[in-house]
Design a protein around this ligand. Sequence first.
Ligand code: F0G
Length: 482
Amino acid sequence: MKTIIEPFRIKAVEPIRLTSRAERNALLEKSGYNLFQIHAQDVTIDFLTDSGTAALSSEQWSALMRADESYAGAASFFRFERAVQSIFGFRYTLPVHQGRAAERLLFKQMVSADHIVPSNTHFDTTRANIESLGAVALDLPCAEWRTCDAGAAFSGNIDLVQLENLLNSTEYGVIPLVLLTVTNNACAGQPVSMQNVRETSRLLKRHQIPLFLDAARFAENAYLIHERDSEFSSRSIAGIAGEMFAYADGCLMSCKKDGIANIGGFIGVNELELAEKLKEEMIVTEGFPTYGGLSGRELETIAVGLNEALQEDYLRYREAAALYLHSGLQEIGVPVVSPSSLHAVYVDAAEMFPHVSAVELPGQALACELFREAGIRTCEIGTAMFGRVDEKTGATICASRELVRLALPRRVYTQSHYEYVIEAFENILKRRSHIRGLKFKTQSKRLRHFTAVYEPLDTDVSSLLNSPVVQKFCPDEPACEI
Ligand code: F0G
């Protein structure tokens, strides 16, 4: 059969509320045009994130019943530990309540103010955790990503030439670790090739620097290696994942993604001394090392979910769902980032609204229009999220791309939901030239997109355009004034 179906049937359903346009207009205004501030019950299709939003399987629900909630040494921890170790292979497994807790704990042990932490691209919480220690979170995305090469199979890679130059030009000790994010969420969920992981590992070994993987979407990365690299087409997805982690000294994972869990995460490391220090620290903020802020029920959910995420029929369906939305949008003329990732479809808002400049936040404008049109909640991944105001000059530093992410919760939506989203885009395209940008009314210094209040711009944007604006480019390209 050519048709790829959802490899599950539905056992419990959750009603979706349909709202009127007038209601949605009022909700937008009340939220300060910030979709993080809208109540979930007012959302029709929630593509804000694929994190913690999955539908549990009947096996996971069954596992919840056998959970052991003992404070220390619970049986659920040992099932969790076995599942994690059999997939990732690290000697020590430390559960945490979610990915950013893993980041905070690990970086507190390994990173200090004079350090640089390079990555293929840091996710926003990863960056915030590094910067909060006074260190530099340095993104080194590969050339294929920087040049928007739609034909590239692995544009989530780290730029090895830039990394090697950096290693050769910095003193020993300045780089405490290198982090590869698989898949590369901030670069439209593009995968990292096995060759890139291998070569990064080899290079770092020569410089005696540990390699860590941010494993949030490790199964999707392993699947894309299986699909796009002929060397791996006959290997199992679990085998590919195992090889990826064998090149690393440790990993951080938010199990809210490829753990198919609603909460949870872990740190995996090989070094005893580091594991001991992490355990000592986690007792202060996360909990005893056999539960790390999670209930036994959550440990059980993850133990089952990690293995479900590696099943080929599940991954094949996940790819088919993303491609259905991706090609449906492409066919009606929506500029989408290609090739599509598995966890999300990314729309290029700058290209869709060429009359809205980066400083007028075209991504946030598109996200608001999708909500206004059909109650669809998405996430801006552009200047609202990654831009900032330079404290010294007052200049607006814009992101390198203005994207909107349509993140696909695991096992939640079906084909008709995607058709509804495509129709909403069709309607927005018809009136795109009338759509205006937004400006910040209030913003915080860090992770501003969560709490910012925006204001719609009328046609006069002269005050904004007169302020000095700097477009941020990738490290090897000069910043330029626009
Ligand atoms: N690393 C990556 C690659 C992520 O995508 C995320 C979260 C984290 C770390 C942090 O994990 O949320 O469990 O603390 N990404 C979510 C998203 C929030 O919507 O992409 P967390």
